[in-house]
Design a protein around this ligand. Structure first.
Ligand SMILES: Nc1ncnc2c1ncn2[C@@H]1O[C@H](COP(=O)(O)OP(=O)(O)OP(=O)(O)O)[C@@H](O)[C@H]1O
Length: 464
C-alpha cells in the first residue's frame, strides 16, 4: 500500500523512521491518524509517527475515545489533551480529536466487546471527519500472541487463530498495526529513552476480563517456562493467516458451479468448506454473503429433509434451496400462478414478462430443438390441470408431467408456471421440461427455444 509507506516503516527509532519515511512521504499525501488511548503503546506510536511526519511536512490526527466507563476517563482525556499541546508547542504536527461515548451494556452483554465495537466506530467517525484514510493502532507482538492464545482457548479455527491482521480495509479506512511484530520490551525502551509519560488503565487489572487473567496470571508463568512463547505464538498466528490466504487463493481460482454438491462440500476440512461456501455464495449472489448466512448454512445444509430453503437477505427476491443433495440459488416466484388462461403472441427472441404468472418467458433464436416462429403468433398459457402428456425426445414415449419431472429431477418450485399451447391445442412447452419433442420445428425452419423463468425481477448476474 503506497499510501502507508511511512506507517509501514515506522520503527522504534524516531529519527530512523523519519529519514526512511520522508522521501516517500513528500509525494504520498497521506492523511494519517493514530488511535491514541494515552496508554503505553499508543503514546510511543504516536510519538514515533509525529517525528516521522514532522520531517515529511505532514499533520497527524490523534484520535482519543472517551468510553465513559472508568471513573478516570476524564483524567485520561485531560492527559491526552495536555500531552498533545506540549508536543504541539515543541513543533510536532499533532491535532487531537476526541469523542465521548455513553455505553449502556445490556444484561449479559460483554462490556469488553461493546467497548471495542463502539471504539472502532468512534475512531472511524473521527477519522472521516478529519479526512484521514489511515488509522494506526499500537498493537504489538505480545498483544498478538495473547490474541492467538485466547482464540485457541475458545476453540477457534484458523480464522480466529490468525488473530489480528497487520492491515485491513474497513469503512473506507486502512487500519494498520505497524508494530505488530515488535516485542513489548522495545516499546518500553522507546518510552524510557524519550522520557515519555503515559497513563495506566486500571481496568487492565480487572480479572473479570479473560485477557487480563491471561496477562496477569498465565503469561508470567508461560514465559518463565517457555522464553520464546511470545515470538512462537505470534508466529503461529502468522502461519494461520498464511493458510487462510492460500485457501482463499485456491478457492478463488476454482470455477464455481451453478449448484453446490453438498456431499463433496462436506468432505472438505471445516476451515476450507467455510471458505468454499462463502466463495460459492459470493459467485452466485453477486455480492459477499453475510457472516450470519454462512454460519447458518454451515450448520444446516447437511441436515434435515428436502426441500429446505434459506432466505439470502431482506429485499432479495431469491432464496437458497437444497434439492437432491445440491444447493442452488433460485428466484422466488412473486405470485402463485392463477388458474386463468392468458394469450400471447411471440414474433421474436427476447424476454417477455407475463403479469399474473410471476415470471418471464425467455425466447432465444436456435437452429434446432425450438418451435417454429409461425406457431408462436397465437399462444395460450394455462395451468396444469392433470392428465397432460409430455414427450422428452423424438424416440421417447409421451409420459405424464409428474413422471417426466421425477425422471429429470426437476424440483417442485421449478414446476410452477404456465403450460404453453398452440392455437390448435397442442402442448408446446412445459416449465422445467422444455419444448415437447412433437412440437419441435424441422431444422432450417425459423424457430425459437422457450424457457420459463420464475420471478418478476431480473435476477442479478454474478460477477465474471
Ligand atoms: N480509548 C482509546 N482511544 C483511542 N484509541 C484507543 C483507545 N483504546 C485503545 N485504543 C487503540 O487500540 C489499541 C489497542 O488497544 P488496547 O486496549 O490493547 O490498548 P491500551 O492498553 O488501552 O493502550 P495502549 O495500547 O496505548 O497501551 C491501542 O494501542 C490504541 O491504538
Amino acid at each position: 500500500m503506497a499510501r502507508g509507506s511511512m506507517s509501514n516503516s515506522l520503527d522504534m527509532d524516531g529519527s530512523r523512521a523519519a529519514s526512511s519515511a520522508s522521501g516517500k512521504m513528500s509525494t504520498a499525501g497521506v492523511d494519517l491518524a493514530v488511535a491514541y488511548s494515552g496508554g503505553r503503546d499508543s503514546t510511543a506510536l504516536l510519538h514515533a509517527t509525529l517525528l516521522a511526519a514532522r520531517d515529511a511536512g505532514l499533520q497527524v490526527h490523534a484520535l482519543h475515545v472517551h468510553h465513559g466507563l472508568s471513573a478516570h476517563a476524564d483524567e485520561w482525556l485531560a492527559h491526552c489533551t495536555s500531552q498533545c499541546e506540549r508536543w504541539h508547542r515543541a513543533g510536532l504536527p499533532v491535532t487531537l480529536h476526541h469523542e465521548r461515548l455513553s455505553l449502556k451494556p445490556r444484561r449479559g452483554q460483554s462490556v469488553e466487546a461493546l467497548a471495542r465495537d463502539a471504539r472502532y466506530a468512534a475512531l472511524a467517525r473521527m477519522a472521516h471527519a478529519a479526512g484521514a484514510t489511515i488509522v494506526l493502532l499500537a498493537h504489538h507482538r505480545r498483544d498478538q500472541a495473547e490474541t492467538f492464545l485466547l482464540q485457541a482457548l475458545r476453540g477457534a479455527g484458523a480464522e480466529g487463530q490468525a488473530a489480528m491482521p497487520r492491515g485491513v480495509e474497513r469503512d473506507g479506512i486502512s487500519w494498520l498495526r505497524p508494530w505488530l511484530e515488535q516485542p513489548r520490551e522495545a516499546i518500553e525502551a522507546y518510552l524510557r529513552r524519550r522520557r515519555l509519560r503515559f497513563i495506566d488503565d486500571d481496568s487492565n487489572d480487572d480479572p473479570r476480563f479473560a485477557r487480563n487473567r491471561l496477562r496477569l496470571e498465565v503469561w508470567p508463568a508461560l514465559v518463565a517456562a517457555f522464553p520464546q512463547a511470545e515470538a512462537s505464538l505470534a508466529d503461529a498466528a502468522r502461519r494461520a493467516q498464511q493458510t487462510i490466504d492460500a485457501t482463499k487463493a485456491a478457492a478463488a481460482a476454482e470455477p464455481m458451479p451453478e449448484r453446490l454438491d453438498i456431499a463433496a462440500w462436506a468432505r472438505r476440512p471445516p476451515s476450507e468448506s467455510r471458505l468454499l461456501l462463502r466463495h460459492w455464495l459470493k459467485a452466485r449472489l453477486g455480492r459477499a454473503p453475510s457472516a450470519a448466512l454462512v454460519e447458518r448454512l454451515c450448520g444446516e445444509i447437511g441436515v434435515g429433509r428436502d426441500p429446505a430453503r434459506w432466505p439470502v437477505g431482506a429485499g432479495d427476491a431469491r432464496e437458497l434451496r437444497r434439492y437432491r443433495g445440491e444447493l442452488r440459488l433460485e428466484v422466488v416466484p412473486l405470485a402463485k400462478p392463477p388458474a386463468v388462461e392468458a394469450t400471447l403472441g411471440l414474433h421474436r427472441a427476447g424476454r417477455f414478462p407475463v403479469p399474473g404468472w410471476g415470471g418471464t418467458l425467455v425466447a432465444t433464436r436456435v437452429k434446432q430443438g425450438g418451435i417454429a416462429t409461425e406457431q408462436l403468433a397465437a399462444l395460450s398459457l394455462r395451468a396444469r390441470s392433470g392428465g397432460e402428456q409430455f414427450q422428452l425426445g423424438p424416440q421417447r414415449p409421451p409420459r405424464s408431467l409428474k413422471k417426466q419431472y421425477q425422471a429429470l429431477g426437476v424440483p417442485e418450485w421449478q414446476r410452477d408456471g404456465p403450460l404453453l399451447y398452440a392455437a390448435d391445442g397442442a402442448l408446446l412447452m412445459v416449465p422445467g421440461l422444455g419444448v415437447d419433442a412433437r412440437a419441435q420445428a424441422a431444422p432450417g425452419v425459423a424457430q425459437l427455444a422457450l424457457r420459463w423463468e420464475p420471478g418478476a425481477q431480473e435476477p442479478r448476474q454474478p460477477p465474471q
